[in-house]
Design a protein around this ligand. Structure first.
Ligand code: PLP
Length: 428
């Protein structure tokens, strides 16, 4: 075990970064604010591991926030990107790869007849909301507290706790009227849906407040309530799509949304996301319909090449393998952390897991916040990092296991977690 990790180069880079990049990072959670210290700067990554500029290597459970389901730098994906790049990196004109990727999504995602490719999950959600409003002629939307749908104005409101309330902006710079039509409801409860509601957007498995599974009938009842009210149901499957299986959470739970947003896995580590839905709904997008959306780099040839190669490798056997690895990790973590004397929940849904340092299962954002506020995650994170395991630098993120995480990496992680948990328990 390398206990003499140095961070001189990362420190120097972070100081430079802070002078020219707000907070030193280009996405806030990367700054390590909620766990303390400062981020390591990455030199390279391969498979299950990531290495920093000071020569430290970590078993990585961030995996670009779930974008790398095969693990870092998969040779086949690199080959696909390299081949594509030889033919030019962007055209702003249609390509065969876009059609192939759309066909694959249509084949696997329930309710998807047509697909529009975009460059980020934020964009996919933004367009899905505009489309839902355009199609229904209604303005109001319902989201759930603790669900993340990217950083566009309408869905930044995470909301107050308890009863469904009109959302207040959670960020300065979001005008009150941009969220005046956003209603925030607690996860795992069916909100009141009336004839003013254009859509209900939900992470069918919430994976941005730690991992919170839908309770037994939540998705089915939500589907029925939307249908009754003539509101569209949007599944934000940016994390779960092609991770819980090729059909995402929709197939996993047997509930079909009207619009599905995808991202992360389908880009194979390059900027690519998508929205998909019925022919009727999707045809409302320009140029066939009145709802406008566009993108200079949409359907980018490098991104579609990477995405197609990744999808070509995701078969039932690999999902089974991933699910087994996650189950092994979850079992091990919950055992060794509890043995150390810490209260812990390790929720698992298929190939997703997270850690809550609390004594009871978590069903919604309030309970997730209570678990996060104990501060134990931050200490555990630091002890893991010091021993060579990089968890997400936030208690609200899940751990992303990739197909490159073999049994040896999983077992090593559990071993390290045992030591880390003992140190955290002693310091308590
Ligand atoms: C990551 C994420 C987004 C935003 O995607 P970006 O590509 O970061 O814009 C949206 N929804 C969910 C569920 C996500 O996890």
């Amino acid at each position: 075990m390398n206990e003499t990790r140095t961070h001189t180069r990362s420190s120097a880079l972070f100081s430079r970064a802070e002078r020219v990049i707000p907070g030193g990072v280009n996405s806030p959670v990367r700054a390590f604010r909620s766990v303390g210290g400062h981020p390591f700067f990455v030199a390279s990554a391969k498979g299950a591991t990531i290495s920093d500029v000071d020569g430290n290597t970590y078993i990585d459970y961030v995996q670009s926030w779930g974008a790398s389901i095969l693990g870092h730098g998969d040779p086949q994906v690199i080959a696909a990107i390299t081949e594509a790049a030889q033919r030019g990196t962007t055209y702003g004109a249609p390509t065969a790869a876009e059609v192939e990727l759309a066909e694959q999504i249509v084949a696997d995602v329930p309710g998807a007849d047509m697909v529009r490719l975009v460059s980020s999950g934020t964009e996919a959600v933004m367009t899905a909301l505009r489309l839902a409003r355009g199609v229904t002629g209604r303005d109001r939307i319902i989201k759930f507290a603790g669900c993340y749908h990217g950083h566009s104005d309408a869905v930044l409101a995470a909301g107050g706790s308890g009863v469904a309330t009109l959302g207040l902006p959670d960020s300065r710079g979001v005008p009150a009227n941009a969220v005046a039509d956003t209603i925030v409801a607690p996860y795992n409860t069916i909100p009141a849906i009336d004839e003013q509601i254009a859509c209900v957007i939900v992470e069918p498995v919430a994976a941005n407040m730690g991992l919170v599974a839908p309770t037994d009938d939540f998705l089915r009842e939500l589907r029925a309530a939307c249908t009754r009210a003539g509101a569209l149901l949007i599944f934000d499957e940016v994390i779960t799509g092609f991770r819980l299986g090729r059909g995402g959470a929709a197939s996993h739970y047997g509930v079909t949304a009207d619009i599905t947003t995808l991202g992360k896995v389908i880009g194979g580590g390059l900027p690519l996301a998508a929205l998909a839905g019925s022919r009727e709904i999707m045809s409302a997008l320009a140029p066939t319909g009145p709802v406008y959306q566009a993108g200079t780099l949409s359907g980018n040839p490098l991104a579609t090449a990477a995405g197609l190669r990744v999808l070509s490798l995701l078969d039932a056997k690999n999902y089974e393998l991933l699910t087994q690895r996650v189950a092994r990790l979850a079992r091990g973590l919950s055992e060794v952390i509890a043995d150390a004397g810490l209260e812990v929940q390790v929720p698992v849904v298929g190939s997703l897991l997270s850690l809550f340092f609390t004594d009871a299962p978590v069903h919604n954002f309030d309970e997730a916040k209570r678990a996060a506020n104990t501060g134990i995650y931050a200490n555990f994170f630091q002890e893991m990092l010091a021993r060579g395991v990089a968890l997400a630098p936030s208690p609200y993120e899940v751990a992303f296991v990739s197909l490159a995480h073999g049994e040896s990496e999983i077992d090593r992680t559990i071993e390290i977690a045992a030591s880390a948990a003992r140190v955290v328990a002693e310091a308590k």
